[in-house]
Design a protein around this ligand. Structure first.
Ligand code: ADP
Length: 220
């Protein structure tokens, strides 16, 4: 049996999100079949992507003809039309695709996608909006939240962590965050260790609760 992690990925809906996704998957050396019902979109992306097909993805028979049933993974990137998105997921479920990822634009949309059989529901707008809000109001340079109040952030090194090894400064004890990675000026990111000594202009990757990470990022 073929593992669902192997083989091609079908991306349906080449709007702003879908085409970036398809392009990134192709750049990661995955075989991508891209489908959009709009001829203009298909035309536009046919030069950048290996296989771009014009088709209505809500038609199970059409998907079958395109060989979609033999692929391991599908991403339904349609956002604006909830109906098209749900019917496409349904068609993919009927085809028995082992991994169906679907984009939701609202909580209700997500609920429906889950109940018709999508295995993973993603919220690109909501997630990006939330992340960017954190970046705007805090001094974090990047931020990912994993649920259960756990986050990882990229921050500038605060004064208090300069000049002495992390062993002595004990950031976990004092600030509740663990320094996982450090980038000294002119170098690349490396794992941080007890012996790491930070210099002005260093960047850090820290992990902890959202509050702790945020307070740590606010130190100057
Ligand atoms: P974005 O917000 O990422 O731009 P949109 O929802 O505006 O996303 O774009 C969705 C894309 O999905 C459009 O290019 C549209 O032509 C395509 N699409 C919509 N319905 C279908 C369908 N039934 N089959 C294939 N493609 C579809």
């Amino acid at each position: 049996d073929r593992s669902p992690d192997e083989g091609g990925i079908v991306v349906i809906g080449l709007g702003r999100f879908g085409c970036r996704l398809a392009g990134s998957l192709a750049a990661l050396d995955h075989e991508v079949l891209a489908i959009d019902r709009n001829a203009e979109q298909v035309q536009k992306w046919s030069a950048q992507l290996d296989r771009v097909v014009q088709a209505d993805a809500t038609e199970e028979g059409v998907l079958r003809q395109l060989g979609v049933a033999d692929l391991g993974r599908a991403v339904v990137a349609i956002g604006a039309s909830v109906e098209a998105s749900v019917l496409t997921v349904l068609a993919l479920v009927e085809l028995g695709l082992p991994q169906i990822w679907a984009r939701a634009t609202s909580e209700k949309h997500a609920k429906i996608l889950g109940s018709v059989g999508a295995h993973h529901v993603i919220f690109p707008e909501a997630e990006t909006g939330e992340r960017v809000a954190h970046l705007i109001v805090s001094r974090m340079l990047d931020f990912i939240e994993f649920g259960d109040n756990f986050a990882i952030a990229k921050v500038r090194v605060p004064q208090v962590l300069l000049g002495r090894p992390l062993r002595e400064l004990a950031p976990a004890e004092h600030y509740g965050v663990r320094v996982v990675g450090a980038k000294l000026p002119g170098e690349r990111f490396r794992y941080a260790s007890d012996d790491t000594v930070l210099a002005p202009g260093s960047m850090l990757i820290v992990e902890g609760s959202i509050d702790q990470v945020q307070s740590f990022a606010a130190l100057t």
